[in-house]
Design a protein around this ligand. Structure first.
Ligand SMILES: [Zn+2]
Length: 201
């Protein structure tokens, strides 16, 4: 199973930072993605950064890379996790929205299995933190949104919004060692659960 970890944006992406400038999404998600890839490799998984470059690689190119892996390895043998940090406003002021959430495309696919595994792990590793769910639409905890990278890739794919960089409490947690460790652990543990489910299913 090839595990591709995408960090949301490039350093040259405008905006995408906390109102006080202490968190820049591109840098934060890149550190998180690297940490997750190294940890998964240590555990023996075939994990890889989708975007090793520092600058912003277009969504079309990201999709092309994922689908090349799907073509070479078969789409059942690839999963994609795109890592982001959420924002409720435009980055200039503090907002109230809080919590962790995971998105799939509309409709039921193996991506929903991946998302459900990530939610199961989030409930353990992010104890006491807000976990944002959307059971109303299809009975799954995940949110459904036809994000470009999810819609155009052929393998199971999710996009994770790790808390809100424009919420003061979320930001403090995001920047803390405890928060960084718990967020990485959530994603690593969720991937492990998913790989076991897909291999046994
Ligand atoms: Zn983002």
């Amino acid at each position: 199973m090839k595990i591709l970890i995408d960090n949301g944006h490039g350093l040259d992406t405008p905006g995408k930072r906390s109102p006080d400038g202490t968190l820049i999404e591109a840098i934060y998600t890149r550190q998180l993605a690297k940490r997750i890839v190294v940890d998964l490799q240590d555990r023996g998984y075939d994990a890889e950064l989708l975007v090793p470059e520092e600058d912003d690689i277009s969504l079309a190119e990201r999709v092309r890379r994922v689908n090349t892996a799907c073509f070479l390895l078969d789409k059942q043998n690839v999963i994609l996790i795109s890592i982001h940090v959420n924002a409720a406003g435009n980055g200039t002021q503090w907002m109230n929205a809080t919590g962790w959430s995971c998105y799939t495309t509309k409709g039921h696919t193996l991506s929903d299995t991946l998302a459900t595994c990530l939610y199961q792990s989030a409930r353990h590793t992010l104890k006491g933190k807000a976990i944002r769910t959307d059971y109303a639409r299809d009975g799954d905890p995940d949110w459904e949104e036809n994000f470009y990278i999810l819609r155009h890739t052929h393998c199971p794919a999710v996009l994770i919004e790790n808390f809100f960089m424009d919420n003061k409490q979320d930001l403090a947690y995001l920047l803390s060692q405890e928060g960084r460790r718990a967020i990485a652990e959530t994603i690593i543990d969720g991937i492990e659960r998913c790989v076991l489910t897909l291999l046994s299913g």
